[in-house]
Structures are given as structure tokens and as C-alpha cells.
Ligand binder design. Structure first.
Ligand SMILES: Cc1cc2nc3c(=O)[nH]c(=O)nc-3n(C[C@H](O)[C@H](O)[C@H](O)COP(=O)(O)OP(=O)(O)OC[C@H]3O[C@@H](n4cnc5c(N)ncnc54)[C@H](O)[C@@H]3O)c2cc1C
Length: 405
């Protein structure tokens, strides 16, 4: 349940509260989380108590309804702590709640979103399959029409929070394979439904404390009310709505992670003496730190600008993709430099930076891997230049803001 004191707070006060939570609870709990191999229950309660499941959900549905610019600033703050914490509520705040909000029926919105905002109802976003990863529209899970409902069969993999979710948002084919994305529908499937089984992997290389799961769906019977939005064929639009929201949160996560890694590394370099002086005094070391800082600030600016565009116009999907692509690559470059600057401490022992180095690697793979974003952005550029000689989502004095989608 969200602390009632949170609701009257203005944004700047709430941001300070989240920053304090990060410094006083989330960062100090990291060793406990690593030792347990899971996010401790008291941290999950603190996340819910402070309203972090609610940031994007409208006030009239129990949420805090911060704008995208505000959500991004919050994310940059709380992801100075391990991004594994964010994984535990990311599928609720971006992926699933946004799909339900924009594409669900009134009954689905009112029935689910208040519980989700309170952190009392966990949802997982089940799109990826063994044979449909980057090419998600080729998914083969099926939903077959039966009297009064649907029967779902298929397999999903790499699904964050699936193992402990209350509901799975399952994307399944209700049309023909030739219909591609148009033949996909989304279903709200209770994880406890007959025919649903989930399985955790034996090992995670990164995000180790928030393992993804496989889902097996065998003859799973759901009622008509489980179909998101009430009509088939709109599942992929719902998926993209959630994904675009989450992608911008991922860009902000990369900024938060790079901030922490740079702070931790600079502190180490100030204390570590070699050649008769702190390593931080060496010109080559300062150049590395300066390059990291410049890249980090470029990522912050790009993400903030995409968020502002998000708040003032239609979803700026190309600018979001550019922010996600740049920031995830930036976080990995910063992580790699920081590990180098830590020397042996970057490899041996419990320093947080090498753990974050492994964690940020995954951010270049999920929510669209970097090569796929490069390909899609390249295609958007050539398509748009062919159409009217301009670039996608750019500001043009003669054509108004964010002239193209
Ligand atoms: C930690 C984690 C959490 C995840 N959580 C979720 C979740 O909650 N829900 C969900 O549905 N999915 C989730 N995923 C799945 C994620 O979205 C997929 O891993 C991603 O879409 C890539 O699919 P794939 O792993 O099958 O890689 P593949 O599709 O096999 O691609 C492998 C690589 O091939 C290259 N490649 C592929 N296509 C192209 C192309 N067109 N052009 C150029 N290069 C290309 C890229 O380098 C890519 O990384 C998660 C994954 C991870 C690792």
C-alpha cells in the first residue's frame, strides 16, 4: 500500500523522497540482495510504500500520474541503485500498465490499475518466444476461439517477473500467420490458471537477482473478459505502446547506472595511491573520467529531450529509440572504462561497479537490441527523406515541432 503522505507531495518533494530512499534504503540493501540472490521483501515493501509502482498510473486510478519528464527524472534518481530493483516493478509501471491504460476496457482499467499502482498486483509482459525474439511479430503462441472465451497454447521465454506475477499479459495469434502483427491479440492470463507453468533459468549473467522466466501455456482457457480491449487484432499496438514507454525508462536507467558507476569510480581513484599520488591526479585517468562525464551528460540531455517531446506531442518513437540506443551503449562504455580504472578491484571482490557492468550489458539487448534500433532508425531516415527530404521526429522551424512520426 502507498503511504498516504505521498499523494499530496509536489513533484520536487517526491523526487527528494525517492532520492533519500535510494541513498538510505536501496543502495545500502544491495549487499543483502546479492547475498540472498533476490530483492529482499523489505525492499519490495519500501518500493510499494513510496509509490514506485504508481508513477505512471493516473491519479483517479490510484496512481501518482507524473509526466514522462518527471518519470524520467525519478528513474535517473532511483537507478543510481541496482537496476535489478527497477526490474521488479518495470513490467508494472511501463510495459503492462500503459498497455492496459491505453488499450484496455474500462472494466480492465478499473479492476487492475489501482491494485497495480499499490504494488499489490504484479503483471508480466509476455511477448518474446523461443523462435520470436527481435522479430516479435512472428510469434506463434495461439489463442483459439471457443464458446465464451479462448484457449491459449504456446511458449514464452525471458519474461521479467513472470515467476511471481499475478497476471501475465500474453500476446497470442488470433489471426493467420500471414496477418503478421495485425493478427496478434493481448490476453490477461492469471498465472495461477490451469495449464500455465513458469520456470526460472539455472543461471543469469547479469540481472542475477531478478531472473526472467519461461512460460508454458497448455490449453489455457480464459473468458472473453481476458481479451485486452475486448476486440482481437489490437495486441501489437498495445505492446508497442508499453514498449515505447519502457524504452524511455530504460534510457533513463542507463543514465542512473552510469552516474553511480562514475561516482563510485572517482571516489576509488581519489583514495587509491600509485606512483606517489592518487590515481585521480593522473592526466590519462582524468581524461577517461571527463570522457565518461561528457557521454553521460549527452545521454541525460537526449533522454530529457525525448521525454519533453513525449509530454508535448504524440509518442516520439524515433527519438525514444535513439535515446535508448545511445544511452544503453553509453552505459556499457562508461562501465567498461570504470572497471578498467578500478584495476583488480573491478574483477575481484564485491565492488558494485563490476556487478553493474554485467547488469547494464542486458540493457543493450532488451527493449530492442542495439543493432535492431540502428536498422529501424536507418530505415526511418531513408523512408522520411524519400517522402519529404527531412529526418524523422526532428524540429523544423517551417513544419512545427516533431513534424513526423
Ligand atoms: C534480462 C532480460 C529481460 C527481458 N524481459 C522481457 C520481458 O519482460 N518480456 C518480453 O517479452 N521479453 C523480455 N526479454 C526478451 C528481449 O526482449 C529479447 O531478448 C530481445 O528482443 C532479443 O531477442 P532474442 O534474445 O531472441 O535475440 P535474437 O532475436 O536472436 O537476436 C540476437 C542478436 O541478433 C542481432 N539481430 C537480430 N535481428 C537483427 C536485425 N534485424 N538487424 C541487425 N541485427 C539483428 C542482434 O545483435 C541481436 O541482439 C528480456 C530479455 C532479457 C535479457
Amino acid at each position: 500500500m502507498i503511504d498516504p503522505d505521498v499523494f499530496p507531495l509536489g513533484f520536487e518533494e517526491y523526487l527528494k523522497r525517492v532520492a533519500t530512499l535510494t541513498d538510505e534504503v536501496l543502495i545500502p540493501a544491495e549487499p543483502e540482495m546479492v547475498a540472498a540472490g533476490a530483492v529482499p521483501e523489505h525492499v519490495m515493501r519500501a518500493l510499494a510504500h513510496n509509490g514506485l509502482f504508481a508513477v505512471s498510473i493516473p491519479r483517479h486510478l490510484g496512481g501518482l500520474e507524473w509526466s514522462m519528464t518527471e518519470q524520467v527524472r525519478l528513474t535517473m534518481e532511483f537507478t543510481r541503485a541496482s537496476c535489478v530493483y527497477r526490474s521488479r516493478f518495470s513490467t508494472v509501471i511501463g510495459l503492462c500498465s500503459q498497455a492496459i491504460l491505453d488499450h484496455g476496457t474500462d472494466e480492465q482499467r478499473e479492476g487492475l490499475l489501482p491494485k497495480m499502482a499499490a504494488g499489490e498486483h504484479i503483471t508480466a509482459f509476455a511477448l518474446t518466444e523461443p523462435e520470436a525474439g527481435s522479430d516479435a511479430a512472428s510469434l506463434t503462441t495461439t489463442a483459439r476461439r471457443v464458446d465464451g472465451g479462448w484457449v491459449i497454447d504456446g511458449r514464452k521465454r525471458y519474461i521479467t517477473n513472470a515467476h511471481w506475477a499475478d497476471d501475465l499479459v500474453v500476446f497470442a495469434r488470433t489471426g493467420e500467420a500471414a496477418d503478421g502483427a495485425r493478427g496478434v491479440s493481448a490476453f490477461l492470463v492469471p498465472r495461477a490458471a490451469d495449464g500455465v507453468t513458469t520456470r526460472l533459468p539455472t543461471r543469469m549473467n547479469g540481472h542475477a537477482e531478478a531472473p526472467v522466466a519461461e512460460i508454458e501455456l497448455t490449453g489455457v482457457r480464459v473468458n472473453d473478459s481476458a481479451l485486452l480491449g475486448g476486440s482481437p487484432g489490437t495486441g501489437f499496438a498495445a505492446a508497442l505502446r508499453g514498449i515505447n514507454h519502457a524504452r524511455l525508462h530504460v534510457a533513463a536507467t542507463c543514465v542512473g547506472q552510469a552516474t553511480r558507476m562514475l561516482e563510485e569510480t572517482a571516489e576509488h581513484l581519489l583514495g587509491r595511491r600509485q606512483f606517489g599520488a592518487p590515481l585521480a591526479d593522473l592526466g590519462a585517468v582524468q581524461a577517461d573520467l571527463g570522457a565518461c562525464f561528457a557521454e553521460l551528460e549527452a545521454g541525460r540531455a537526449l533522454t530529457m529531450e525525448a521525454a519533453r517531446a513525449f509530454d508535448s506531442a504524440t509518442v516520439p518513437r524515433h527519438r525514444i529509440a535513439a535515446a535508448k540506443l545511445f544511452c544503453s551503449e553509453m552505459a556499457s562504455r562508461v562501465a567498461d572504462r570504470c572497471v578498467q580504472l578500478l584495476g583488480g578491484e573491478g574483477i575481484v571482490g564485491d565492488h558494485p561497479v563490476p556487478r553493474m557492468w554485467r547488469d547494464v550489458r542486458a540493457l543493450r539487448i532488451y527493449e530492442g537490441s542495439s543493432p535492431v534500433h540502428e536498422r529501424n532508425l536507418g530505415r526511418a531516415v531513408t523512408r522520411q527523406v524519400l517522402r519529404d527530404g527531412t529526418l524523422p521526429d526532428t524540429y523544423r522551424a517551417t513544419r512545427g515541432q516533431a513534424a513526423s512520426g
